[in-house]
Design a protein around this ligand. Structure first.
Ligand code: CA
Length: 231
């Protein structure tokens, strides 16, 4: 289930949003200020964050900037909510890194359509159950990976890694980013551990002639690509 974090200090509004999103099938978490939101973000990464502009400790705009500045959360979609309809504010919100911007009051229906549009656009949080890329099929419901009908036996970590890569293909991720996205920000794992799991993943993919899909990008990190890595 996709999770949305709502950052809003006004309880009635927060509850109204949470209610509408739960009804639409989202898992919802709530934070009443930036501080709590940041704790939540290190704990468990949501699929999208709704951030109110006016927060008691740090403005929603500053929080958005922070999220977009840190490599671990940079690609986390953010929708800013505000009571301020000024065009300058909207520009500031989007310049601050927000993926979309909504002016109160809005209907839950409008919010949902914006959320779905942002999730579609940002891609990384696809709701698809089956991904088929480069000859590799990943069934997210069954946690099963196949290639041309043959099973690819994977350990749980290798599976999560491959799922992450297949949801975010053709993009280079540093070890720190992979660590954060696959293990979660709160776990202490050495970055070298990632190389070990990458090796295991490639070994499993070798069995079906698919190890070329997981590519090392020298000096940067790793990428899942269906294109030739040029190596
Ligand atoms: Ca507020």
């Amino acid at each position: 289930m996709r999770q949305i974090l709502i950052v809003e200090d006004e309880q009635p509004i927060r509850e109204m949003l949470a209610y509408a999103l739960r009804r639409a099938g989202f898992d919802v978490c709530e934070a009443e200020d930036s501080h709590k939101a940041r704790i939540h973000l290190t704990d468990k990464r949501p699929d999208l964050v709704l951030i109110d502009w006016m927060l008691p400790d740090m403005s929603g705009l500053e929080l958005t900037r922070l999220i977009k500045r840190e490599s671990a959360t940079r690609d986390l979609p953010v929708i800013m909510l505000t009571a301020r309809a000024a065009e300058g504010d909207k520009v500031a919100g989007l310049d601050g890194g927000a993926d979309d911007y909504m002016t109160k009051p809005f209907s839950p229906r409008e919010l949902l359509s914006r959320i779905n549009a942002v999730l579609r656009r940002t891609g990384g949080t696809s709701t698809e159950d089956k991904i088929d890329l480069g000859g590799l099929q990943l069934d997210r419901a069954a946690h099963r990976v196949t290639a041309g009908g043959a099973d690819v036996p994977l350990g749980p970590t290798e599976y999560r890694m491959l799922e992450f890569f297949m949801l975010n293909p053709e993009r280079v991720y540093t070890r720190a980013q992979v660590l954060d996205r696959v293990w979660g920000g709160n776990v202490y794992v050495e970055e070298r551990t990632i190389d070990v799991h990458i090796r295991r993943l490639r070994k499993a993919l070798e069995g079906v002639d698919m190890s070329h899909l997981v590519q090392t990008v020298r000096g940067s990190g790793y990428r899942f690509s269906t294109k030739d890595d040029g190596a």
